[in-house]
Design a protein around this ligand. Structure first.
Ligand SMILES: [Zn+2]
Length: 256
């Protein structure tokens, strides 16, 4: 059974056919998914979904691109939601230097506040990193994020950085890009990093794996990510499924 650790089924792109998308996931062998909310509307929708479907869990946090919009009330709301039994992580949070809507100093401040909150409520964190690796690693160290650990979501960095994150109690999560022909680094990470530190995800509706690249992604395609890792490592798909599933359940505190 496959555990998709990062989905946005709360995205409006699924408004018309969510039931079909969930059915496709079940048929592909996806047993559980974490719906990630990162602002007011997507957090609200994620909470609705986990109340409706028993196999869905939620992660709630504030996206770095929109850091400038986060208020103290939002942070208090996230703290309140963290008590919900189906909220298994905080995030996605982190730094995104690709877009300049939120200045870096605000992104860093909002990131630090969320790490401190995660330590307070004792939940792991899901990290979004775009063009900000060094600052992320520095902040995780300074804030002692090791205490809660978490996930480097859709990891695209080098094996060296992956190892540094693993030392800080983080899992490396691979998504659709590992299936892209020219994705050298994710393939190297899939080869070098032991399964015991890997997770799989789709980040749907974004980043659809080959051969769906550019189309709307969905959780069923997490199987293609798992198959690619199995091929790179030269092991059966079942083993990738079993170990990454176990890793996810242990991290999120879900009973097996
Ligand atoms: Zn995401």
């Amino acid at each position: 059974m496959l555990f998709d650790t990062h989905v946005h089924l709360n995205d409006s792109q699924y408004a018309e056919d969510l039931e079909v998308v969930i059915q496709n996931a079940k048929e592909a062998g996806v047993s559980n998914m974490v719906v990630v909310g990162f602002d007011r509307p997507t957090i609200t929708k994620a909470m609705e979904l986990v109340e409706t479907y028993e196999f869905l869990y939620a992660s709630v946090g504030w996206h770095p691109v929109d850091a400038i919009d986060m208020t103290e009330q939002d942070l208090a709301w996230i703290e309140q939601l963290a008590k919900h039994p189906k909220v298994v992580a905080l995030g996605e949070m982190g730094l995104d230097y690709h877009w300049d809507k939120s200045p870096k100093y605000i992104q860093k401040d909002v990131f630090r506040k969320q790490i401190r909150l995660a330590k307070k409520v004792k939940l792991p964190i899901i990290i979004h990193n775009r063009e900000a690796t060094q600052d992320i690693v520095d902040i995780l160290k300074e804030e002692d994020a090791k205490e809660v650990g978490g996930i480097m979501h859709c990891f695209s960095g080098s094996t060296e950085v992956a190892k540094e994150c693993i030392d800080m109690n983080f899992f490396i999560s691979l998504g659709g890009p590992v299936t892209f022909k020219n994705a050298k680094k994710p393939k190297e990470v899939a080869s070098e990093i032991p399964l015991s530190h890997l997770l799989i995800e789709t980040d749907c509706p974004y980043l659809a794996p080959h051969p769906y690249r550019g189309k709307r992604n969905e959780p069923a395609y997490v199987k293609l990510v798992a198959e690619q890792i199995a091929m790179i490592k030269g092991i059966p798909l079942e083993e990738v499924a079993k170990i990454t599933n176990r890793n996810a359940k242990r991290l999120f505190g879900i009973d097996c």
